[in-house]
Ligand binder design. Structure first.
Ligand code: GLU
Length: 488
């Protein structure tokens, strides 16, 4: 904890690609942990791999985090008291730390060539040993080091791994111990002048006063090295919590072949951020009751690290789909209309304002994802071909011509090309009442009407169609159906 006792956590993505859902869950856990305790959520961009790190990836990660609602208190964009928040801009701090480690004897220059290191590794593997640096340069005298550096020899800086085990308490995994003898003296600064991940992270977590490091269990082996560095620098390390990874349904590592894996892909497929956040939280975090629906603010309130499970989380798209449907059904129609607009227009479906509301309300209960909107909305735009449809026979039921007439009469009592959902209901109410008086009912009325208006035997409730198809279309379709009837 910082001096004033508040929690500070960080999400530290490398901008080498788009935001993976596993990383999004790491961000979410950090966010929830910080917010639950009134702490600070820091976004740090780990762009030390200059070749693979791209600013456009950083932007897309930031955009995806914002889409999920996980905005950071301190970040490259927002700034903050412990910046800069991009590793590429923190080189001076890394160099200062390296100089200190060298001065205090916690690190040394290593002149071993890649050929020597490769040969060493091969020999160790051939003996069945774990590959590990043998400390060849650990005891070089200062004079020799100076002389070789002055002669232009390239050197790395290696951390001198201290003897003894490293033990720490992980908030999710309990007490863990690493044997330092399996860890060779590792590089903190490379010959190209770059700093290693394990080293830069420690300088940053220290400099940014991070109190809790919450990240995936793929980082556990790094933790031993990072703890050693903290101890060498004479400071208390943060508290660590390593959550499990998200696995594919077959238990393997989640990859492209299992479908969408990035937040952006899920967004494009039409998942709502509310559903993605809720879903990611439930993967490995268990609320104290059976409840499953949590919005972000509710998660903030309920989240505790004690309820995060150690076992791997299995991606279950059915569950995500279920949640997405629930959140879609819970949206105000106007809100849903905005969210499906792009999907509809990309499919060439552009609706008038009143019609847009009707269409959205009509498809709302059917949608699992926003991407499905065109599939369900098409009925409001497609031209039916009743004449060549096997459903033609349905039109031949007795009383059908009467029903058409009743619909036209009822419609005439309302204004406008498109009706509101409410007026659509009123029209169908009038039709139903009049049909009842004439002894016409049930399927005999509704199926022929549906077929005449859409050429289909399934789709949205008739009052939606009556409201959203448009007066002109309805009249034309009823007229066309009449012609078919009289031709029969
Ligand atoms: N930059 C690391 C990654 O993308 C995360 C480092 C950390 O959380 O310590 O996996």
């Amino acid at each position: 904890m910082t001096a004033n006792g508040s929690v500070r956590v960080r999400f530290a993505p490398s901008p080498t690609g788009s935001l993976h859902i596993g990383s999004a869950r790491t961000a979410l856990f950090n966010y929830l942990f910080a917010r639950h305790q009134g702490g600070t959520f820091v976004l740090r961009i780990e762009d030390t791999d200059l070749k693979r790190s791209l600013r456009e990836h950083e932007h897309s990660i930031t955009r995806d985090l914002r889409w999920l609602g996980l905005s950071a208190d301190e970040s490259p964009d927002a700034g903050g008291p412990f910046g800069p928040y991009r590793q590429s801009e923190r080189v001076r701090l890394y160099e200062e730390g390296v100089q200190r480690l060298l001065r205090e004897g916690h690190a040394y220059r290593c002149f071993c060539t890649q050929e020597r290191l490769d040969a060493l590794k091969d020999a160790q593997l051939a003996r069945g040993d774990m590959p590990k640096y043998d400390g060849c340069c650990a005891a070089l005298g200062l004079d020799e080091v100076e002389r070789r550096l002055a002669a232009g020899e390239k050197a790395t800086v290696r951390f001198r791994v201290p003897p003894g085990d490293v033990t720490y308490h992980d908030l999710i995994r309990g007490t863990l111990t690493f044997r330092s003898e399996v860890i060779g003296d590792f590089i903190v600064k490379r010959t190209d002048g770059g700093y290693s991940y394990n080293y830069a992270v420690v300088v940053d977590d220290l400099g940014m006063k991070i109190t809790h490091v919450i990240r995936g269990e793929d980082h556990i082996t790094n933790t031993a090295r990072q703890l050693m560095l903290f101890r060498a620098l004479g400071v208390e390390p943060p508290t660590y919590a390593h959550h499990s990874m998200i696995l594919a349904p077959d238990g393997s590592k989640l990859s492209k072949r299992h479908g969408a894996t990035s937040v952006g892909e899920f967004r494009d497929l039409g998942y709502l951020p509310e559903a993605v956040v809720n879903y990611l939280a439930l993967l490995a975090w268990h609320p104290s009751d059976e409840r499953e629906l949590f919005r972000l603010d509710e998660l903030v309130e309920a989240f505790t690290m004690e309820r995060v499970s150690r076992s791997p989380a299995i991606l279950d798209v059915d569950k995500l789909n279920w949640l997405n449907g629930v959140y879609i059904r819970g949206l105000a129609v106007e809100d849903l209309a905005e969210r499906v607009e792009l999907y509809l227009s990309e499919a060439g479906l552009v609706f008038q304002p009143v019609q847009r509301e009707v269409v959205t309300a009509a498809i709302q209960t059917s949608l699992v994802t926003l991407e499905e909107a065109p599939k369900y909305a098409a009925v409001f735009a497609d031209e039916p071909d009743v004449a060549s449809s096997p459903l033609l026979a349905v039109l031949k039921a007795p009383g059908v011509a009467d029903v058409f007439e009743l619909l036209e009469e009822a419609l005439a009592q309302f204004n406008g090309e498109y009706l509101t959902v409410e007026d659509g209901r009123a029209v169908m109410h009038l039709v139903a009442g009049a049909c009842k008086q004439r002894g016409l009912k049930g399927k005999a009325i509704y199926m022929p009407l549906r077929v005449a208006l859409t050429g289909r035997d399934q789709g949205p409730e008739l009052f939606y169609l009556v409201a959203g198809l448009g007066r002109g279309r309805i009249q034309a379709r009823l007229a066309a159906a009449r012609r078919l009837l009289s031709a029969a």
